[in-house]
Design a protein around this ligand. Structure first.
Ligand code: PLP
Length: 230
């Protein structure tokens, strides 16, 4: 099942790229494996997946040693400051930085280990109350503050779009995130790179790619529905 799903998702990514006149190599598929057992991740690994996304620190720690060392783990969920120390040397990228205090903690823990960690600023474009993330207005100021930290590399922006029936409804959200990223890039701030746009999930990644996503986070479309009752 995973092999077939992956084939389908990769095909859809290629189609969206062709439609948008983009190079498929500029879009990274993050296989969102939260709640899924290691056996399923290994199946995806066999099919060439090297980039996994998890939303809990504990789950990254549990799975980390059980997959080959060439796997990249992306932390895509809300991150508590007291847990940063556990993943700062395990996560290839943290997608969910949304406060100066969190950035400060990441800086401190990365400095201790002598690493520089790539991060994205999470933006709540739609202004949903239930979601974490910066307002668009808060994003540039935090980017400027974070740029001063020598052990953090700001690589771009991330958003979690609303859950919608028709993915077209999220097109304006993706477009706004893209515009925000272009606006910030134009400021030419030292140590800020706006090359990554992490947006699009199972329901809407094709639209996100058409609007400039460079990372799409697909869980259900690869691994099937999640069962939280377990
Ligand atoms: C769970 C999750 C996804 C994947 O969602 P699907 O709809 O299953 O593709 C993507 N991004 C984040 C931040 C998530 O928590």
């Amino acid at each position: 099942m995973i092999a077939e799903n992956l084939k389908q998702v990769r095909e859809n990514i290629n189609k969206a790229c062709i439609k948008a006149g983009r190079d498929p190599r500029d879009v990274t598929l993050i296989a969102v494996s939260k709640t899924k057992p290691v056996s399923m991740l290994l199946e995806a690994y066999q099919e060439g997946v090297r980039t996994f996304g998890e939303n809990k620190v504990q789950e990254i720690m549990d799975k980390y040693g059980q997959l080959p060392g060439d796997v990249q783990w992306h932390m895509i969920g809300h991150l508590q400051r007291n847990k940063v120390k556990y993943i700062v040397d395990k996560a290839a990228m943290i997608h969910s930085v949304d406060s100066l205090r969190l950035a400060e903690t990441i800086e401190r823990e990365a400095a201790k280990r002598g690493v520089k960690i790539p991060i994205l600023l999470e933006v709540n474009v739609a202004g949903e109350e239930s979601k974490f993330g910066l307002s668009p207005e808060e994003t540039l100021p935090l980017a400027e503050e974070t740029a001063k930290f020598p052990h953090i590399q700001v690589m771009g922006l991330m958003t979690i779009a609303p859950f919608v029936e028709d993915p077209e409804e999220n097109r304006p959200i993706f477009r706004k995130l893209k515009k925000l990223s272009v606006d910030i890039a134009e400021k030419n701030i030292n140590n800020i790179n706006m090359s990554v746009l992490s947006m699009g999930m199972t329901g809407d990644y094709q639209v996100a790619i058409e609007e400039g996503a460079t990372m799409v986070r697909v869980g259900t479309g690869i691994f099937g529905e999640r069962d939280y009752s377990l």
